[in-house]
Write a protein that binds this ligand. Structure first.
Ligand SMILES: Cc1cc2nc3c(=O)[nH]c(=O)nc-3n(C[C@H](O)[C@H](O)[C@H](O)COP(=O)(O)O)c2cc1C
Length: 382
């Protein structure tokens, strides 16, 4: 067993253990992948101020996101097909999040269903991410199912009415379950752990959708299915009825622009997530960490601002918090842990991030995450 010291170690192991089609699905951005790369590299440009001879005892990373207690300001981001990175992936990641004391967000496009995750995590509250499809009856039923499962927040994703082109997914013929073509079979034969896991579970299709949307028994190509089912006419008026139907905490995901951030405030949502979908939608958009300060300046006093995109360490979390994010989300960082080692891998990813966050906060002379602000950053680097 290799020694795992950071998220990159988990990525390398995941690449070995997960079939190419699903590994590539996670480790890719749209078109040139410029925004995908900038999400990570822009964090490196922000420098921290080292402080010394500060009492570093009794540190805490505990805080709140949308009024809910969290062990650190990090949630698991919603990711589609998580149950294809590892058998029963959503259930395993939700369990790891529960153990770590942070929120888990289940994607509409998950393999394990809302009900599966609720049952298998002992009805521990999790968050549900909603994509809006043309079939509004289905969306209403989905919202009701999330309510019935005790989800404690709805994360409404606004940046995927149409899907950004990811070249690798087209080349690999991404589908769930994977089609048994000769190249796929050959590749899967080199991933015996993954195959054994998949043979041991019934969950190999989109659990929230197959059997719940009229006429959908088989989803074929993900990008074609998305193009047919997702609603390109989604508007702020829809946010209003969704908020009403849901009736609980609402988080709007995919905001990159100060004008849209103001619409989010006007909608009455509880929080917004500065996000470019992990560089998977509009290539050429700014990195999330570079967009964050403008949004915080514009609406930070009126709505809770969260962010995601490019977080690969606890240092990245600390920088986002210093720039005004009340919470962050990790996508690939947990997916790599999951693909590498299942639930233990997600736990490892969360432990790595927590330890890095805690130590970096201390090196910067702070002992309570709630006191972290821009003063821990080197002027001129953000
Ligand atoms: C493989 C993958 C699948 C994703 N699927 C969804 C999804 O179903 N719904 C959603 O709102 N965002 C989805 N996202 C975006 C994430 O929620 C999040 O915004 C992004 O992963 C953050 O960037 P990071 O991966 O660099 O942490 C997905 C991201 C990845 C990598």
């Amino acid at each position: 067993m290799p020694v795992i010291t950071n998220i990159e170690d988990l990525r390398v192991l995941a690449q070995k253990r997960v079939p190419r089609m699903f590994y590539d699905y996670a480790d890719s951005g749209s078109w040139t992948e410029g925004t995908y790369r900038a999400n990570e590299s822009d964090f490196d440009k922000i420098l921290l101020r080292q402080r010394v001879a500060v009492n570093m005892e009794n540190r805490t990373t505990r805080t709140q996101m949308i009024g809910q207690d969290v062990a650190m300001p990090v949630a698991i981001a919603p990711t589609g097909l998580t149950g294809m990175q590892h058998a029963d992936g959503e259930i395993l990641a939700a369990r790891a999040a529960k153990k770590a004391g942070i929120p888990f967000t289940l994607s509409t496009m998950s393999i394990c269903s809302i009900e599966d995750v609720a049952k298998e995590t002992g009805n521990h509250p999790f968050w549900f991410q909603l994509y809006v499809m043309r079939d509004r009856d289905f969306i209403e039923r989905l919202i009701d199912r999330a309510k019935a499962a005790g989800c404690s927040a709805l994360v409404l994703t606004l940046d995927l009415q149409i899907i950004g082109q990811r070249h690798k997914d087209i080349r690999n013929g991404l589908s769930a379950p994977p089609k048994l073509t000769i190249p796929n079979i050959i590749n899967m034969m080199t991933k015996p752990r993954w195959c054994l896991g998949m043979l041991g579970t019934k969950r190999r299709e989109f659990g929230n959708i197959v059997g719940h949307v009229k006429g959908v028994e088989n989803m074929g190509s993900l990008s074609e299915w998305t193009a047919k089912q997702f609603d390109p006419a989604l508007s702020w008026n829809d946010v209003e009825w969704i908020k009403k139907r849901w009736g609980g905490k609402l988080i709007l995901k995919g905001i990159q622009d100060a004008e849209d951030a103001q619409f989010a405030v006007d909608s009455g949502a509880d929080a917004l997530i500065v996000s470019n979908h992990g560089g998977r939608q509009l290539d050429g958009a700014p990195s999330s960490i570079s967009a964050l300060p403008g949004i915080v300046d514009a609406v930070g006093q009126k709505i809770e601002v969260h962010m995601d995109g490019g977080i690969r360490s606890g240092q990245d979390v600390l920088k986002a918090v210093a720039l005004g994010a009340k919470g962050t989300y990790i996508g690939r960082a947990f997916l790599y842990g999951l693909g590498a080692m299942g639930e233990a891998g997600v736990t490892k990813a969360l432990e790595i991030i927590h330890k890095e966050l805690d130590l970096t906060m201390a090196f910067c002379g702070r002992t309570d995450i709630k006191t972290v602000d821009k003063a821990i950053l080197l002027p001129g680097t953000f």
